[in-house]
Design a binder for this molecule. Structure first.
Ligand code: NDP
Length: 335
């Protein structure tokens, strides 16, 4: 794609008016993009829970409207004023402020700082990079944090909550590939076949994982946990993780509050590991993307992907907000 001052491009734009949220696919000019040095032609993006919040006018995610959501983008550099990012390079851009207050991957062009740009590693196509996207990267950060604390396949079962979602399903697939016994925590019985195919060896229900108890600790069950749900589920995991086990906490679909005592931490040495993919430093980001393209790349990534165009985003946004999305939604911006 050649860029000139008159260039226009297609984008899924969201606006807030007195009548509420309006959104749709439209043609915009380069003036909607910020003044950053690297311009990328987006081939694929993906839909994350955060995108759905941004597309719903959630000011905690995106303060300024009209706006183009899309926290993930994979494509080709079409303009660059920095020597270390060459025109023609295939790149992945995820997180930081992309799609939050910087126009994101639901537009055919994005303009970003060079520090946000990761060269696509060999071993992944641009589409595969977006099947993974921020969800896969967050799952990888969670695994990395658990491994730093000593989690190994022989230390015991690892539970993944919200297992049918983007982060959850990819965490299940990666852990299974690496030889772990994976327990899928899910409220979606219809997703069990897929989760078994991805490598889950057994299931635990959403209700069981969020059962309230006044006891400060419960029977130890898991060597580790990846929690995408938060709230009562995270409380339950911290109470049921084995001594010196760890819980990687990355999500909040089930709640943000925690009611706990210090006992799991001071009597069992439990580790609560916070996962924040948005601010992950570039060096770590590059290392984890190489893992995702290599030994951690889940088998059968395609099984997880539903491909849509920009014009199908409205429905997909409603579905993910209603907790009805299984796996990953890949947004194609190709003609
Ligand atoms: P998805 O919507 O794809 O998946 C969420 C899953 O959680 C659902 O599929 C469902 O799985 C389960 N779920 C939905 N609603 C509830 C509920 N009310 N109570 C309990 N479980 C529920 O989202 P993502 O995988 O993209 O993101 C998951 C979470 O991780 C979100 O909170 C997101 O904001 C967060 N996140 C955090 C990042 C970070 O850097 N910290 C980065 C990316 C995401 P099931 O039916 O199997 O139970």
């Amino acid at each position: 794609m050649d860029i000139s001052p008159d260039t226009t491009f297609t984008a899924y734009r969201v606006d807030l008016t007195d009548d509420g949220v309006t959104r749709g696919v439209t043609e915009v000019g380069l003036d909607v993009l910020p003044d950053y040095p690297v311009t990328v032609e987006v081939h694929y993006s993906s839909l994350n829970y955060k995108d759905a919040l941004s597309a719903s006018g959630n000011k905690g995610v995106s303060k300024n409207y009209p706006h183009t959501p899309g926290i993930d983008a994979a494509g080709v550099v079409v303009d660059s004023s920095v020597p270390d990012v060459a025109v023609g390079t295939e790149v992945i851009v995820t997180s930081y402020d992309l799609g939050m207050n910087t126009p994101g991957g639901f537009g055919r062009l994005i303009r970003v700082p060079s520090e946000w740009v990761v060269p696509k590693p060999d071993g992944l196509s641009l589409r595969e990079a977006m099947i993974l996207g921020t969800a896969g990267f967050t799952a990888a950060m969670s695994l990395d944090a658990l491994f730093v604390q000593g989690l190994m396949p022989n230390t015991g079962p690892v539970v993944v909550t919200g297992a049918s979602g983007g982060v959850g399903s990819l965490a299940v697939a990666m852990l299974a590939k690496l030889g772990f016994e994976v327990v899928a925590g899910t409220g979606s019985p219809s997703a069990k076949t897929l989760l078994s195919e991805l490598g889950a060896s057994r299931f635990v229900s959403r209700e069981e994982l969020s059962e309230a108890s006044k006891k400060p600790m419960l029977k130890p069950e898991w060597a580790g946990a990846v929690d995408t749900v938060g709230g009562a589920t995270l409380e339950h995991l911290i109470k049921t993780v084995q001594p010196r086990g760890s819980v990687a906490a990355c999500g909040l679909v089930g709640g943000t509050d925690l009611s706990l005592t210090v006992f799991p931490f001071i009597l069992r040495g439990v580790n609560l590991l916070g996962i924040d993919s948005a601010t992950c430093p570039l060096e770590k980001r590059q290392t984890l993307w190489k893992q995702l393209a290599g030994p951690w790349k889940p088998d059968g990534l395609d099984k997880l992907a539903t491909d849509i165009g920009l014009d199908e985003l409205d429905d997909a946004v409603e579905k993910i907000l209603a907790g009805e999305t299984t796996g990953r939604v890949v947004v194609s911006l190709r003609d």
